[in-house]
Design a protein around this ligand. Structure first.
Ligand code: A3P
Length: 318
């Protein structure tokens, strides 16, 4: 059936080759809507369980993001910040374990096995939108770190990702996935609503919600990582600063370093589940502005327009 989303109301539908019209349905992507957001079935079950079971602690630090916004990078950085005194940089677990296996995901790893959460290690991650977070997260005053990204790059990254992870759908032309994404139909989408929820929360409670942008992190990594460490309650001391510990964290977590590690080139994530995936899927280009190589002028205008409409008025621009 035809998908209606407020985002697309009154907006010209982009030119999808007619033979692909049949692909334009959430069912085709195995997506289901829940509390205003679209989920793959595997994750939706976990989201509902998390809402029912999860009891957040005030000490929890929850890394939140919409998919393809820089989650992998944020997980690596937060993990390296937290473990920098436990391991030296030649033996950090990140060298042999992919970042998603270093930080448990709430709606998968934690709901399936609460033992994946340990009191000495307060980090966890989720893609759940702010409005659907288990109520104990806000009530307990857990800290939240959100990373977002220019929707155009998040979309391009998402297209490459879905083509790779859902080969059974058949080839998905960029135009089709673009249309779906703009209508809000993407994993944990609408993308813009996801960003907006956390952006507003960060304005209301800046001491509880740190809002980061992928583009800022690429441009001024050290400023962002310093702020991240402070927010997490593990600031770099002046002796660490003079020893270049922050630079070592950045180097360990850089795209170049992580993407060239054996574990991230060859390993598999969530092997033996319906969402098993090659680790290298999480390391594609790691650049700002790859949308210029993929989107037509019409697509760029359309996405910029949605971003301006949904986020611009709240003071968020890319
Ligand atoms: P591209 O597809 O544009 O290359 P997520 O981690 O939320 O799934 O997002 C994936 C995106 O982050 C991919 O973007 C990926 O290449 C990029 N990425 C992964 N690790 C990174 C790192 N260490 N530094 C910068 N970008 C990284």
């Amino acid at each position: 059936g035809e998908v209606e989303h407020p985002i697309s109301k009154g907006m010209a539908i982009s030119t999808i080759p007619p033979q692909f019209n049949g692909l334009l349905s959430p069912e085709n992507f195995d997506l289901y809507q829940y509390e205003g957001f679209w989920y793959h079935n595997f994750y939706l079950e976990g989201v509902k369980l998390a809402q029912k079971q999860f009891k957040a602690q005030p000490t929890d630090i929850i890394l939140c993001s919409a998919p393809k916004s820089g989650t992998t990078w944020l997980k690596a950085l937060a993990f390296a910040i937290l473990t920098r005194t436990r391991y030296d940089f030649s033996s950090n677990p990140l060298l042999v374990t992919m970042p998603h296996d270093c930080v448990p995901m709430l709606e998968v790893d934690i709901v399936q096995n609460p033992g994946n959460r340990s009191p000495e290690f307060p980090l966890l991650s989720t893609h759940i939108p702010f409005s659907s977070l288990p109520t104990s997260v806000v009530a307990s005053g857990s800290r939240i770190v959100y990373i977002c990204r220019d929707p155009k790059d998040a979309f391009v990254s998402f297209w490459h990702f879905i083509v790779k992870v859902r080969p059974e759908i058949g080839f998905l032309p960029l135009e089709v996935v673009f249309e779906m994404f703009c209508r809000g139909v993407s994993y944990y989408g609408p993308y813009w609503d996801h960003v907006l929820g956390y952006w507003k929360a960060s304005l209301e409670q800046p001491e509880k919600v740190l809002f980061l942008k992928y583009e800022d992190m690429k441009r001024e990594a050290s400023v962002c990582v310093k702020r991240l460490a402070e927010f997490m309650g593990h600031p770099f001391s002046s002796s660490e600063e003079s020893k270049g510990v922050m630079e070592q964290v950045l180097k360990l977590c850089s795209f170049e370093n992580l993407s060239n590690l054996e574990v991230n080139k060859k390993g598999r994530h969530r092997a033996n589940t319906p969402v098993a995936i090659e680790n290298n899927t999480y390391f594609r280009r790691g650049k700002v502005g790859d949308w210029k190589n993929h989107l037509t002028d019409q697509m760029i205008r359309r996405m910029n327009h949605i971003t301006e409409q949904k986020l611009g008025s709240c003071g968020l621009t890319f």
